[in-house]
Design a binder for this molecule. Structure first.
Ligand SMILES: [Zn+2]
Length: 66
């Protein structure tokens, strides 16, 4: 077995679409909310709505100091 691939993918398989509020089994991360008191929250959209949403900052893109 190779150690690669064990931690590279998040275990998100089902998520709620922020547009139609339906569960999708192919969620696309479209936005990330940074929290001051814990880990940030990733918001997802279904494949139908993801292209129409403006992508927000993702983890790693918020490195600039506020
Ligand atoms: Zn949707």
């Amino acid at each position: 077995m190779s150690p690669e691939g064990l931690t590279s993918e998040p275990a998100v398989t089902v998520a709620l679409c922020i547009k139609c509020h339906k569960l999708t089994n192919a969620p696309v991360a479209v936005r990330w909310i940074q929290s001051t008191s814990g880990p940030g929250t990733t918001l997802y959209a279904c494949p139908d709505h993801a292209p129409g949403l403006t992508p927000g900052p993702m983890p790693g893109e918020l490195d600039k100091p506020a």
